[in-house]
Structures are given as C-alpha cells and as structure tokens.
Design a protein around this ligand. Structure first.
Ligand SMILES: [Zn+2]
Ligand SMILES: [Zn+2]
Length: 260
C-alpha cells in the first residue's frame, strides 16, 4: 500500500496559490504587453498568436513576379501582362486588408515602431519559403524603398528602412540605407491614372554609386501598383544588379484600389 503524502497546510496552499497567480517570472513582467489588435496579453510579441493566425494571408495562387492573387481561371497575371515591372520576383505575407491595413497605418503614421520586428519576422519566413520554392539564389544585399528627405523630415522615420533593418537581422543579409536614394519628391500617386503613376516616377530614384553585388532584395511596407518599386528596380538594374527581388509586408489584392 502506498503511504499517503503529508497534506500541505492552509498557509502553504495560500503561498503556492499566490506564487502561481501573483508572482510572475521577471521575464514575463519585463516583456508583458497587450496585443495591438485584441488588447489581451500577448507576452513578448506585439500581436498575440490567435490574432496573428487570423491575419489575411495571401492566397498561395499568385503571380510570382508581383504577388497579385490570381483566380483559379487565371493562368497569367493581368497586371504584369499589361505592364511588366522591372523587379523579378515578389515575396509578400498578407493581403492589404483589415486588420493588417490598420496595423500598417499605426506603424507608419502612429509611430508604432514596435511592429517593425513583427512584420520583419513574418516577412523573413515568406522570403525563405519563396526562395526555397523557386530555387533562386539568396539576395546579397537588402535595400529599403527610400523616402525623399522632405517626407522623411515630416514623418520622422522611413517605415521601409525600419522593416529592412529587422529583416536584415532575420535573414542575416547586409542592409544598405544609402544605396538607393529618392531625388524627386513626386506628388502623391493617389488620383492619378495607372499610366500617369508610372510616368510620375521617371527620374525619381537614383543609385549614387555602382553596385558591387548582383542580387538585391528591395523592401517596402505595401506593394500596391508596383510603380515605385518598379522604378527603383530599374535604377538598381542600371547600377549593376542582375536580379531584384521585392519583399513587401502586404500586397493590395484589388487592382482597383491601388495607391502607389
Ligand atoms: Zn490578439
Ligand atoms: Zn504580376
């Protein structure tokens, strides 16, 4: 017969209860934060696992070059058929839809910089999976979509550079912030027709020095028409790149709702 263990006293039981519920490990206390979407505790990440799971993922069937979701009856991308972009492949995580649109707006205009690492972590997974699926070589350099100095002064930071900085660490690829610059502060793209948007960006970007690498990963927060990214890729190709990948946190799935 198994001898019965001594029962804890009421005082011992109370101490155990308090330790379990009130005394949290120091790391929990230091890293405690609320989910940016549901406000429930999310521990060491700005978006809890349940909300991250529910974010609108892009469908697996999409254009390899621009990541536009394709319907089951589409074998070619209508956007790339109309105007082929200068970048060679695109990796993106989410459809630019609720609530990822809200998170990106908070990041960009509300200075919620703590979201940069979260975006980059998911983007790194998308890049790694895309490279594995395509068999393409790894990029040698990460370059963020540049902001014109006027816009940088107004906003205070470049959201693409912030994502690129974290992405470089995740992928262990060097990041250069001065390889690509924006030389013209072009008017906002909204309200322009598609062709006008592409013309609006001619001469807007420059590479001050020739590139010393061949494969570049160009980073932005949202891929919309792809006009800005295509103009950047053109400049990178002219500076010596033989292959330009694009990595964007979100992709606008609806071709009628593009902003840049
Ligand atoms: Zn949540
Ligand atoms: Zn496409």
């Amino acid at each position: 017969m198994t001898p019965s263990l001594p029962q804890p006293s009421l005082a011992q039981r109370l101490t155990t209860w308090c330790r379990a519920r009130l005394v949290r490990p120091a790391t929990d206390v230091l890293l405690a934060q609320s989910c940016a979407l549901c406000q429930l505790p999310s521990h060491a990440t700005p978006v809890c696992a349940a909300c991250a799971q529910d974010l609108p993922r892009l469908t697996p069937t999409r254009c390899a070059q621009c990541a536009l979701p394709l319907s089951s009856d589409q074998s070619t991308c209508p956007d790339c058929a109309r105007q082929r972009p200068n970048f060679d492949a695109t990796y993106a995580v989410w459809a630019y839809d609720f609530p990822i649109d809200r998170l990106i707006r908070d990041f960009k205009y509300g200075h919620h910089l703590y979201l940069g690492g979260f975006f980059a972590e998911h983007l790194a997974h998308a890049v790694e999976a895309g490279l594995m699926a395509s068999g393409q070589a790894r990029p040698e350099l990460i370059v963020p979509m540049p902001l014109h100095p006027n816009r940088l002064r107004t906003r205070g930071f470049n959201q693409a550079a912030e994502i690129a900085r974290h992405l470089a660490k995740e992928l262990d690829i060097p990041c250069a912030f001065d390889t690509l610059i924006r030389v013209h502060d072009t008017p906002p793209q909204a309200g322009l027709h598609r062709d006008e948007r592409w013309r609006n960006l001619v001469g807007a970007f420059a590479c001050p020095k020739p590139l010393t690498v061949k494969r570049v990963l160009l980073v932005d927060d949202v891929l919309t028409t792809g006009a800005s990214l295509s103009a950047c890729a053109d400049v990178l190709h002219r500076a010596g790149a033989s292959w330009v990948d694009v990595a964007a946190v979100a992709r606008t799935p609806d071709t009628s709702a593009r902003k840049s």
